[in-house]
Design a protein around this ligand. Structure first.
Ligand code: PLP
Length: 241
């Protein structure tokens, strides 16, 4: 039996992000992927034309159906839409999930559409993040979680760990030359940098990068890698894909 990961997030009609991207990463990394959907989006890499929330009853039923049958090792969350959806996810994970939780605090698509409203951000902070093993904000999301712009990424990562009580992978700082620097800060405040070459921006290839990194880390954690190794392998997987 393969290890089981559950992604909870939005459906992306073009397959580049959201639960479709997560399931393809789980498959590529040899784990069984389950999904529970918060919203249906009509989108392509250029724009999102429509978002249809999934009912709270349906979301609740999907999460229950997965936990009723599978021993879920790691849950990964992505687009959660609003406070009500965050509340259902948080309450059910608190009740049913004994394993690790990777939270990608998705707020705005790169095409500019809000994927989590302000109430959702508050609920994320108070209900879901206290359950998390790892949160993976980019610099903009970190600024929202901290309530102010990120000036020094290392210091911001440490403040987030103190504030949220989980490990933080802060994505998108700048290293030397044309490198990007992701900073992993553990509960002990120790920072591990992961530098990688900046990939040329491409509308179709860059869409969903954050989703794929978080789901690759979730898959590696389910395969019993340490957090540092799981992040290193997740970053390497994304570079190679
Ligand atoms: N759509 C859905 C359903 C997502 O979950 C995400 C990211 O998590 C996006 C769109 C945004 O993707 P990007 O900002 O990489 O284009």
């Amino acid at each position: 039996m393969r290890q089981v990961c559950l992604t909870i997030g939005g459906s992306d009609s073009c397959g580049g992000a959201g639960i479709q991207a997560d399931l393809s990463v789980f498959e590529a990394l040899g784990v069984h992927g389950c999904s529970a959907t918060t919203a249906l989006t009509a989108q392509n890499p250029k724009f999102i034309s429509r978002i249809e929330p999934v009912s709270l009853a349906q979301l609740d039923a999907e999460i229950h159906a997965v936990f009723d049958y599978y021993d879920v090792a790691v849950v990964k969350t992505g687009m959660l839409l609003d406070a009500e959806h965050v509340a259902v996810v948080s309450a059910l994970l608190h009740q049913l999930h004994k394993g690790m939780l990777v939270v990608d605090p998705v707020m705005i698509s790169s095409s500019g559409r809000a994927l989590l409203d302000q109430g959702g951000v508050d609920a994320l902070n108070h209900a879901l993040l206290p359950l998390a093993t790892l949160v993976t904000p980019n610099l903009d999301e970190a600024a929202v979680l901290l309530g102010g712009a990120v000036v020094d990424p290392g210091e911001a990562a440490k403040r987030l760990v103190d504030q949220l009580g989980c490990a933080v992978l802060l994505k998108g700082g700048h290293g030397e030359r044309d490198e990007l620097l992701d900073l992993l800060c553990g509960l002990d405040g120790e920072i591990t940098p992961f530098s990688h070459a900046r990939q040329p921006w491409s509308e179709s290839q860059s869409h969903g990068t954050g989703c794929r990194l978080a789901s690759a880390i979730a898959a590696k954690l389910s395969l019993e890698e340490s957090l540092t190794v799981a992040v290193a392998q997740g970053v390497a997987f994304l570079q190679g894909s």
